[in-house]
Design a protein around this ligand. Structure first.
Ligand SMILES: NC(=O)C1=CN([C@@H]2O[C@H](COP(=O)(O)OP(=O)(O)OC[C@H]3O[C@@H](n4cnc5c(N)ncnc54)[C@H](O)[C@@H]3O)[C@@H](O)[C@H]2O)C=CC1
Ligand SMILES: O=C(O)C(=O)Cc1ccc(O)cc1
Length: 359
């Protein structure tokens, strides 16, 4: 693949441009907002020049509601040899394009399963897709070489292509992304209504479960609307589980020794453990068992950077990093995840270096 045109130079379009530029692919950027495209080009994601002739691949990286129009216009103009998109919902936009261009072999949908809570070119990262799944959704009419080209795009961006039909994709993202997002927002809604004193004692659990609830609502309103049926199906199953939990809690509130209710609660939580264990690890494999080393970080500029530099000099690789802050404390807690075999030595060198390490 030598040349790619990206229409929509926001978070995803610019991240793809940055990733492709690293591999030497020529990238032509455009956006409905020329100022956005200019910023993306300034960041090194590609050129604003129009391609001289058809490019190898056209990528529609506009919002889901605009994707069918963007693809349709590019196809009508003969912009590329192969056409794809990155929208978070696949059935409706692809059906819409196919309606206007029946029997099209050059169209193959796609959806990189990586994102951020921020949008726009300024939030873009060349390594956003590294190690993440990129769902490729061929249509019955898609030609094999065009499917292969979209899979090559995924690979060039460092992602792993996973083939799925558009409807199966929409059901999958309802389960693993859209319904969880909605649930995170619902839990966060309770926080919005909670008393100040209650919210103040929040720990890491509620932070973890509400992380994605901090996202801009606008794109999610449109995604949830475009995938309403599959998300509603997951929510209905969640409601059944909620009813079981509520029934058990009401019974336990009356009689804490109610063995049947206790067992129903245990079974729900155990099913949760099983479900969570099925999630793939960061790079698509099984979840890695990492050791977490909690280190106290004084709340002063540069302290976290000093800690990370210290760990780096000790030759220990940080696999993941979390931060915990507690109200009114002059320090935070860095949760440094390392490979289990490195944990004991890291504790030793940190303690020797004057860092306070928690058990
Ligand atoms: N944000 C995320 O976490 C992820 C988003 N996606 C998908 O990527 C696509 C883009 O999302 P983001 O980059 O996050 O949004 P964004 O808001 O950062 O960028 C979208 C860009 O598309 C432009 N645009 C709107 N209408 C257009 C049109 N008709 N022609 C050309 N450009 C147009 C906007 O001006 C904006 O710059 C969406 O379809 C979204 O579902 C896919 C994976 C993750
Ligand atoms: O929701 C997730 O699992 C993410 O990792 C972020 C994300 C957001 C929107 C998408 O269309 C795809 C991925």
């Amino acid at each position: 693949m030598h040349s790619v045109a990206i229409s929509g130079a926001g978070l995803i379009g610019t991240s793809i441009g940055l990733a492709l530029r690293r591999t030497g692919v020529r990238v032509h950027l455009s956006d409905a907002d020329p100022e956005v495209a200019r910023r993306a080009a300034e960041l090194g994601a590609g050129t604003l020049e129009e391609p001289a002739g058809p490019v190898d691949l056209f990528v529609a990286a506009a919002p889901p509601y605009a994707v069918a129009g963007v693809l349709g216009a590019a196809i009508a103009a003969g912009t590329a040899r192969t056409y794809t998109d990155v929208a978070g919902v696949k059935e409706a936009p692809l059906r819409e394009v196919s309606r206007h261009h029946p029997g099209l072999a050059t169209l193959v949908g796609g959806h990189p399963m990586a994102g951020r809570e921020r949008s726009g070119p300024g939030a873009a990262q060349a390594d956003l897709f590294e190690g993440r799944p990129w769902v490729v959704t061929p249509l019955p009419t898609s030609g094999a070489e065009h499917v292969a080209r979209v899979e090559e795009l995924a690979r060039l961006c460092g992602a792993t292509a996973v083939r799925m039909g558009p409807a199966a994709h929409d059901r999958a993202v309802a389960l693993v992304s859209h319904a969880p997002h909605l649930l995170a927002a619902l839990v966060a809604c309770r926080l919005a209504a909670g008393e100040e004193a209650a919210v103040a004692v929040a720990g890491t659990g509620v932070r973890d479960i509400t992380r994605v609830a901090g996202s801009d609502p606008a794109p999610w309103v449109s995604l949830l609307g475009a995938n309403a049926r599959p998300v509603a199906d997951v929510l209905a199953q969640l409601r059944d589980d909620l009813d079981v939990a509520l029934g058990a809690l009401n019974a336990l509130a009356t009689d804490p020794a109610d063995a049947g209710a206790g067992e129903r609660m245990r079974a729900l939580l155990a099913a949760g453990v099983t479900g969570r264990e099925r999630l793939p690890g960061r790079h698509g494999g099984r979840p890695e068992a990492l050791a977490v080393v909690p280190v106290v970080v004084p709340d002063r500029p540069g302290e976290l950077a000093r800690l990370l530099a210290f760990i780096g000099e000790a030759g220990v690789n940080v696999e993941d990093l979390g931060l915990e802050h507690s109200l009114g404390q002059p320090a935070g807690l860095a949760l440094v995840s390392v490979r289990p075999e490195a944990a004991a030595r890291l504790r030793e060198v940190l303690a020797a270096g004057g860092w306070s390490v928690h058990a």
